[in-house]
Design a protein around this ligand. Structure first.
Ligand code: CDT
Length: 311
């Protein structure tokens, strides 16, 4: 019997600083209702969905920084999203800034959660590859202070069984790193859910700007194909607080082919019926890890060269 999961990639247009969480949740709920009409089982929202992309500003006051973080999930402001999804029988994946208390300490992460159709949180991922810088760089047209405002994620790249599939998550810059997909590939991942906020202008490397769309697509297609997995890439796009961001949300099949793609830069739902077994032929042949991977060789080559251990 074919295992099909109908997924909606819920691209968001810009979220300005003046927009409240209530404004944003209304837009998310509209996405959920359309997703229900389109027959979705699962809706994927972008990175840091609930606010503007705040790492673009240098902020000295911790209280101001913390105003962009969620202290609980769900909260009063996000409860309507959970309630609506439960009533519609939909699961969702949501990116947000997480303020956690762990071991008596306050910790801050760039996080995604996977929520089942009964409203329970069944998966959590905290972003590992934090881009940008940690000090104020006033010469930049805008900041990218993820390294200041977040800690490196401490949950690894977990793959959880949910929606009848092996599900993984990663966030934005993670998608450019082959390790991200391979670590999940080694756990037999079948679908990777991925939200992003990508400014088109890359201050340290402006020569990359013209390739923003290509690099986005290249990373996700390679990750999908090389691990025989679906990749659902969801943007917050458009011009937010004067900064143009990449939209181009897409759903990539385990073949590496793009099967659905956003046409605009605003709120837009793209939907695909994903055959969860579509990765099997890749996992059994070209990318049969048990048969073809050579981790002992990788380690030996690196040891001979004196480089870092790749395992
Ligand atoms: N949010 C995030 O991780 N953004 C980075 C920006 C890199 S600079 C263009 C990304 O990899 O898309």
């Amino acid at each position: 019997m074919t295992r099909v999961l109908t997924v909606g990639a819920a691209q968001m247009g810009p979220i300005q600083r003046s927009h409240t969480r209530r404004d944003v949740v209304e837009r998310l709920v509209a996405h959920l209702r359309e997703a229900r009409r389109m027959g979705c089982d699962l809706v994927v929202f972008p990175e840091l969905t609930l606010t503007t992309f705040f790492p673009r500003w240098w902020m000295a006051e911790q209280a101001e920084i913390d105003s962009f973080f969620e202290h609980e999930m769900p909260s009063n402001e996000t409860a309507p999203l959970f309630n609506e999804a439960r009533q519609l029988g939909l699961g969702f994946c949501l990116g947000y800034a997480e303020l956690a208390k762990e071991g008596g300490e306050i910790r801050r992460f760039n996080t995604s959660i996977l929520v089942d159709s009964d409203g329970s949180i069944v998966g959590k991922y905290r972003k590992i590859h934090l881009p940008g810088h940690s000090e104020h760089e006033p010469e930049r047209p805008f900041q990218h202070l993820e390294k200041r405002y977040f800690e490196v994620g401490n949950l690894g790249f977990p793959v959880v069984r949910a929606f009848g599939a092996n599900m993984g998550m990663c966030i934005c810059n993670d998608r450019r790193w082959p390790e991200t997909y391979r670590i999940m590939g080694l756990q037999n991942v079948e679908m990777v859910l991925l939200g992003y906020n990508t400014p088109i202008h890359n201050a340290p490397a402006p020569d990359h700007d013209e390739h923003s769309w290509f690099h986005n697509q290249l990373s996700m297609q390679a990750g999908a194909y090389q691990n025989g997995t679906w990749v659902v890439g969801v943007a917050k796009g458009g011009t937010e607080e004067g900064i143009p961001s990449l939209a181009d949300s897409m759903i990539v099949a385990p073949s590496g082919k793009v099967v659905a793609r956003a046409g605009g830069e605003g709120d837009e739902l793209i939907v695909h019926r994903c055959d969860l077994d579509a990765g099997q032929s890749y996992k059994r042949s070209t990318f049969n890890f048990a048969v073809h991977r050579q981790p002992d060789q990788y380690r030996m080559i690196v040891e001979r060269k004196g480089a870092a251990d790749p395992s």
